[in-house]
Write a protein of this length. Structure first.
Length: 400
């Protein structure tokens, strides 16, 4: 399918505008990484504890920050996520200890910091109690009065936990919410051992600092080796300058994507690194398509300047570029808009990467190839003339 026929856009004539665009965003990202937000590494790389909390009502981040500071948890990161009506908050705590016990203690400190000061003594929070805790309490109290076995109480405890987590979204407004789900005698027994707070911990992620350092190192190695492998591949398939131009374009894409995360102060997690590796391959593939058409046209149009050949090659592949990049962009945009908080960072990296990766094939890789060719010809004392494959000047037969 071809969207455009006989396209004649002078892409290289606009190279300075495109390079200025790249320079502005690259410098902005570098300044942000150096002086503003730094590289916002997530808990996967720094190590620490992330606690995902759901509240029964709207709570202000300043209130939570005051509570964590009072509990001695300085510099805790507090961020709302999800739909506003869900009242969900992410609380992050950096950890410098290396033991799992210390990490678990950090998680419990966050939970204790959120508990109300007037919490009943000797009672546990039903919103943050696990299945085993509820089951053991029911077995001890035996609210069915000798009519319930351990398995029966286990089934009741499972119904309580499922109702809380699946039906109520993780938070019970009161123990009376369980009426109709379990017998009234069970509800009465629960009131003897439990109370309900205004929050419930939905999920906890814990990564030790040593593990985070290893993940960070391996992520950098993965990106570096992928770029090196692509350089070697293009060196053998085309020639070295093609490989260098493509790798510079991909590095440009990675720099702008990471810079965008720094400017937006969005955390870079393992899923974001996976997205960066994905867009690296995508951008490289798009660049190879353009380079392949350049190589074909160099054989056919031996007497035309390389700049003209590059322009024609980009125009000839324009339909393919718009179709593939456009459809891919719509897919990742849908993932960004509707994929939920878990996929937010991953999809955001792909949204940025697809746009920048397509752009760099035209605005970075192609101009670099022509600039190198012109420099090589000027160095040899010849102007930018027609070229053959490999950059050699064609032989002109003298007239008789």
């Amino acid at each position: 399918m071809e969207l455009f026929r006989n396209v004649n856009i002078d892409w290289l004539g606009k190279k300075w505008y495109m390079l200025a665009f790249s320079l502005v965003f690259s410098v902005a990202g570098i300044l942000s990484m150096l002086f503003w937000h730094g590289v916002p590494l997530g808990v996967d790389f720094k190590g620490g504890t992330l606690v995902y909390v759901k509240f029964t009502h709207e709570v202000k981040p300043d209130t939570l920050r005051a509570a964590t500071d009072k509990a001695g948890l300085k510099n805790a990161r507090i961020q709302t996520y999800g739909a506003p009506g869900n009242h969900e908050v992410l609380i992050g705590l950096e950890e410098h200890a290396t033991s799992e016990q210390a990490l678990d203690r950090g998680k419990n400190d966050i939970i204790r910091a959120l508990e109300p000061a007037d919490a009943p003594q000797g009672k546990q929070d039903l919103n943050n109690a696990g299945f085993a805790t509820v089951r053991d309490a029911l077995i001890t109290r035996d609210p069915v009065q000798n009519g319930g076995s351990e398995q029966a109480y286990a089934d009741i405890a499972r119904r309580i936990v499922d109702f809380r987590d699946k039906t109520k979204g993780g938070v019970l407004a009161s123990i009376d919410d369980l009426k109709g789900t379990v017998p009234d005698t069970v509800v009465a027994a629960l009131k003897g051992d439990f109370f309900t707070s205004e929050f419930g911990v939905r999920n906890v992620e814990i990564v030790g600092p040593q593990v985070g350092e290893q993940l960070r190192s391996r992520a950098l190695w993965a990106i570096g080796l992928s770029l090196l492998g692509m350089l070697v591949y293009l060196w053998f398939r085309f020639e070295l300058i093609y490989g260098v131009a493509a790798v510079v374009a991909v590095f440009h894409d990675t720099l702008i994507t990471v810079g965008a995360f720094s400017l937006l102060n969005k955390e870079i997690s393992l899923t974001v690194v996976a997205a960066i590796l994905t867009l690296t391959g995508y951008s490289m593939n798009d660049t190879i398509v353009v380079f392949d058409r350049i190589r074909e046209n160099v054989k056919l149009l031996r007497r035309e300047p390389l700049a003209e050949i590059v322009n024609r090659s980009i125009n000839q592949t324009l339909s393919r570029t718009i179709l593939t990049s456009g459809l891919t962009f719509l897919t990742v945009l849908s993932l960004y808009l509707f994929g939920g908080e878990v996929l937010h960072g991953f999809s955001l990296a792909l949204v940025i990467g697809i746009l920048i990766g397509t752009y760099s094939s035209i605005a970075v890789a192609a101009p670099m190839l022509v600039a190198y060719q012109d420099w090589r010809l000027q160095k040899s004392g010849r102007g930018p003339v027609a070229v053959t494959e490999g950059g050699k000047r064609p032989k002109v037969r003298a007239k008789a």
